[in-house]
Design a protein around this ligand. Structure first.
Ligand code: ZN
Ligand code: ZN
Length: 368
């Protein structure tokens, strides 16, 4: 039925991911999983199209899609039996559940709509529908070598865009023009798109941590915060640099150096075995001791992968134990309304006591 045993390396990766999910299903006492979230079905099957459902049991794996995607799914999801549905999706799913003797079906409670859940509860010939929790997200937290290589490339594209944009920025350009140039350059380097709406926040606008690019023109004397990333083979990168158009004033320079110290110290301290909140604390303590605790209103970092924000978090409340292979951002910031803000962000891979910093762009204070 499914082609487990195929020796291609790609299939080994997906075979491993399926085994991981099957172990979770056994823990949950579920006979099968219904996977509907796009990043999750992509992760488990390799299928990149916009619509598919997966049904995975201990010894079978099905990918259900419509006629647009049958050929692509057969090409990409080699470990899955591809099923095309033509009538109602719920009828096709139910037939499969009956044929596989599924009594307890796990579903992704955060991604199935209430309408779908109600319909499935009524229609499916299963005894129980149970939440899968974050079963697939937990598998996705720890990246394998293939994913790390892809992330490396996604980061490199953004790094190259940063080098390029330093030579492009000049007074009179709008933040939107700068953002457009970053995104255009990343696409020319092979990015499928931007990981999120590019942030270019200049002058007093830089005190907004998520100030997306506006029509404001960059002026002499501005601080400019740029936060952006590239999507490569489905994976997101994420970086921030803050640069100055002309020498910064005393307080902005002081703030820059505090953020930089907090960033470097948390990079060094992002060790396997610590909890997310312990790593967050490294930066928060430095910034608080310098008198800017109130001005660092967000978490230190977040996981990155097929989604721009995923597990784990470096946040004051995270008890997640950090493991090797996790891809996480380190991005402290200080924002002072009416003055401006500074944020510096790199993407790292947890590696024992020696985190691998994927982002290579310089971090010393840059004056354009
Ligand atoms: Zn960012
Ligand atoms: Zn980020």
């Amino acid at each position: 039925m499914n082609q487990i045993g195929n020796s291609q390396t790609g299939n080994n990766i997906y075979g491993k991911r399926l085994s991981g999910l099957r172990a979770k299903l056994r823990e949950l006492n579920a006979d099968a999983a219904l996977i509907t979230k796009r990043e999750n079905y992509r992760y488990l099957s390799g299928f990149t199209g916009t619509f598919a459902n997966l049904i995975i049991t201990q010894d079978s794996a099905f990918l259900i899609t419509d006629f647009r995607y049958v050929e692509q799914a057969a090409e990409q999801a080699k470990l899955f039996e591809i099923i095309q549905y033509t009538g109602k999706l719920e009828d096709t799913l139910n037939e499969l559940l009956i044929s596989q003797n599924v009594n307890i079906l796990g579903f992704e409670e955060s991604y199935l709509s209430f309408a779908e859940y109600s319909k499935y509860k009524l229609k499916f010939s299963v005894k129980e529908l149970i939440p899968l929790g974050r079963a697939v997200e937990e598998l996705r937290m720890v990246k394998d070598e293939t994913e790390i290589d892809i992330l490396r490339k996604a980061v490199q594209i953004a790094d190259n865009a940063f080098t390029h944009i330093l030579g492009y920025i000049k007074p009179g350009l709008t933040e939107l023009e700068i953002a457009a140039e970053i995104e255009y350059f990343m696409k020319k380097q092979g990015a499928e798109g931007a990981s999120f709406e590019t942030i270019v926040a200049s002058g007093v606008r830089s005190s907004m941590p998520h100030g997306v690019a506006s029509e404001k023109k960059v002026e002499q004397g501005d601080v400019i915060t740029m936060d952006f990333g590239a999507i490569y083979k489905g994976y997101c990168s994420d970086m921030t640099r803050t640069v100055f158009m002309g020498r910064p004033g005393k307080e902005m320079e002081k703030i820059y150096n505090i953020v930089l110290e907090a960033q470097l110290k948390s990079l060094e301290g992002a060790h396997k075995g610590l909890k997310g909140r312990e790593i967050d604390h490294i930066a928060r303590k430095i910034i608080t001791d310098a008198g800017y605790g109130e001005n660092f209103g967000h978490s230190l970092g977040h996981g990155v992968g097929l989604e721009i924000h995923e597990e784990p978090r470096f946040s004051p409340s995270s008890n997640q134990v950090i493991e090797n292979g996790m891809a996480v951002t380190v991005e402290p910031g200080i924002y002072v309304a009416g003055l401006g803000g500074v944020r510096i962000e790199d993407l790292i891979i947890i590696n024992g006591r020696n985190p691998i910093v994927l982002t290579k762009s310089p971090k010393e204070l840059i004056v354009l």
